[in-house]
Design a protein around this ligand. Structure first.
Ligand code: C5P
Length: 236
């Protein structure tokens, strides 16, 4: 893992021209970009190819959820598109299909989405789960490990527990990151960049605090500096 790649910038932006503009403004401060639902149907896949061609890493946040065979075929197609990370739901059959579809692709890593960072215990209860957030995250991380997936997406609030149980066998990717004093928006389980790294997160996903900033490059630099200075950060 390259220290500079630990910050993943979520391109949650209304169109690809604006997204290209933000990528250009961020420049060398951004080396890893996440493309999700907002751009996917309107040119996001071409943008993913372009970013790869520029030497950037690409996180395809597609959160696949279907019968195993369909997920397997979908992931095979994602391998042809090219990407570094792909999310799928953390259910055993979905994960098995994704791992089979990835096959021996040397680039694509499969990440299991455990519990969205916009959910808390009360929201889980409303959705019908009596399990606490941490127990459910760990259960789903176990599904990921058993299926041979590469990592999980979880809040940094659960990162230490995941690290303690699975060591380095699962890469931990944490959204819900907010620099001290930043707007929380709809996120519930938020953590600062430094605390996320200290808790054991390998990669941080940050959207609005960077792409919504007046100066996205300065915002990305500030977070990258906080990552590099955090106890637990990689040292070259
Ligand atoms: O703007 P913000 O920093 O909240 O963006 C976080 C990004 O991470 C969003 O693109 C959201 O879809 C994604 N995400 C998340 N929680 C997860 C998985 C993905 O917030 N568990």
């Amino acid at each position: 893992m390259n220290e500079n790649d630990r910050l993943i910038i979520a391109l949650d932006i209304p169109d690809t021209d604006q997204a290209r503009n933000i990528v250009e403004r961020i420049g060398a401060a951004g080396s890893f970009y996440k493309i999700g639902y907002q751009l996917m149907p309107i040119g996001g896949l071409d943008l993913a190819r372009e970013l790869s061609a520029q030497g950037k890493k690409v996180f395809l946040d597609f959160k696949f959820h279907d019968i195993g065979a369909t997920v397997e075929r979908g992931v095979k197609s994602v391998c042809r598109l090219g990407g570094d990370f792909l999310t799928v739901h953390a259910e055993p059959d979905v994960l098995k299909g994704a791992v089979a579809g990835r096959g021996d692709d040397p680039r694509l890593k499969i990440l299991a989405v455990t519990v969205l960072t916009s959910l808390d215990a009360e929201a889980l209860k409303k959705a019908g789960s009596d399990m606490g957030v941490r127990d459910l995250v760990l259960k789903r991380a176990e599904f990921a490990a058993e299926a041979g997936a590469d990592g999980v997406v979880a809040s940094a609030q659960e990162a230490a527990a995941i690290k303690a149980r699975f060591g380095d066998s699962l890469t931990i990717v944490t959204p819900g990151i907010r620099p001290a004093g930043a707007a929380v928006n709809d996120q519930k389980r938020v953590v600062t960049p430094a605390d996320a790294i200290s808790a054991g997160a390998d990669y941080l996903v940050v959207g609005r605090p960077i792409v919504g900033a007046e100066n996205p490059q300065a915002a990305a630099h500030a977070i990258a500096d906080e990552i590099a200075a955090a106890p637990g950060a990689l040292r070259s």
